[in-house]
Design a protein around this ligand. Sequence first.
Ligand code: SF4
Ligand code: SF4
Length: 126
Amino acid sequence: MLKNESLREMTGWLFSWKMFLLILTIISSILICRPFCKYVCPLGAFYGLFQKFSFYHMEVDASRCDHCGACEKICPMGVEVTKNINSPECIRCGQCKSVCHTDAISAGFVLGCGGSCKTCKKEKEA
Ligand code: SF4
Ligand code: SF4
């Protein structure tokens, strides 16, 4: 295809544009973790809007956290785990929880907290 000029003319600029996007996605995927999910995917951004209303919550117990930074280092979405673990960027992969050596991170379903859980209180204060 790349060598055949008549085929190239038939496919036009749209093909070249798509090839450019494909190569860009492949190269950025090698250099950055999940670039499409983080910066391009409109579905992820849309779902992120509902994170606030999710029944599945994660929490960091500040009294247990020694600020080692391991959770933020491993987070594939670059979430500031200790500051805003329920960020719209979070994909609930649980990697932060699994590396926390003090078990400061908890996760689970919260049904109808009525705004009384730590996460909701923090959001109100912010
Ligand atoms: S891994 Fe655990 S102890 Fe370390 S900063 Fe994160 S929450 Fe705190
Ligand atoms: S669950 Fe995954 S995406 Fe969410 S804060 Fe933890 S490591 Fe990051």
